[in-house]
Ligand binder design. Structure first.
Ligand code: ZN
Ligand code: ZN
Length: 252
């Protein structure tokens, strides 16, 4: 399985301003920056699963949906559990922030599709198995187990300390990797807690719950603290954990 960590900062590609991870060139986890990616990629990615509606995860979702319409390809299919779909409709496609493209759809011309995902149950999305697992953030948020060709990768962002997703990850014999958030440096651990995020030591504690070493990529590093976070993650000496680099395509 290939997972492309999209760039989201003009001028310094190592800074992550927004979140999009593209699986096998056809399924995106979040659309923080998908709608500003190369048009060829937006053409190939027809499905997006959404973790939650914070701006860094959905900011470019409306643009992506319209870019696909302008390209003349199949309408975007947006997938998430019901509470997140409800917020995508209400916060984004509400005829104020962006046109309500469902309302504007006709029987002959569908402009966008919303699909409610069951929770904690596997579903096939674009030929990739996806399982939505609730995590612990400040708004309803899901991590995802993504599986293809008998390999499973966990995407866990955004979340503070949580258990269920790590139980589900540990139970997968084919677990090949983890993308885990490490948002704030240790000096801002209180801010991390109240905002539903992790510091590097918190990320390491989550990985310990898996009970074995798997390749793990630290993501969602706050741009202003990246250097400090990289130093703290390196100092942890946590087996298998490396700092993610936007612009990289990871193979699992
Ligand atoms: Zn968030
Ligand atoms: Zn975020």
């Amino acid at each position: 399985m290939k997972i492309q960590f999209l760039e989201s900062c003009f001028g310094d590609p190592l800074l992550q301003m927004a979140t999009t991870y593209v699986v096998n060139d056809r399924l995106a986890v979040d659309a923080g920056c998908l709608g500003m990616a190369k048009i060829g990629l937006q053409d190939r990615v027809g499905d997006v699963v959404v973790t939650h509606v914070h701006a860094d995860h959905v900011a470019s979702l409306p643009m992506y949906v319209v870019n696909r319409l302008q390209l003349g390809v199949a309408p975007a299919r947006i997938h998430a559990p019901a509470d997140v779909i409800e917020m995508v409709r209400g916060e984004l496609f509400n005829d104020r922030f962006w046109p309500d493209l469902e309302r504007l759809s006709t029987e002959e011309s569908c402009l966008v599709e919303f699909h409610e995902l069951p929770v904690d149950q596997p579903v096939n999305v674009a030929g990739i198995e996806v399982v939505a697992i609730p995590v612990d953030h400040v708004v309803p948020t899901y991590g995802y187990l993504v599986s293809e060709s008998d390999r499973t990768v966990v995407v866990a962002t955004d979340t503070r300390d949580t258990d269920l997703i790590w139980e589900r990850a540990a139970a997968r014999d084919n677990l090949a990797g983890v993308l885990i958030e490490a948002s704030f440096p240790e000096s801002q651990s209180e801010l991390a807690e109240v905002s539903g995020h992790l510091t590097p030591s918190g990320s390491a504690r989550q990985l310990e719950k898996i009970g074995r070493t798997v390749p793990a990529i630290a993501v969602h590093l706050k741009p202003s603290n990246r250097d400090e976070l990289v130093a703290e993650i390196d100092a942890l000496g946590c087996d298998g954990l490396e700092v993610g680099r936007p612009g990289t395509t990871y193979s699992f």
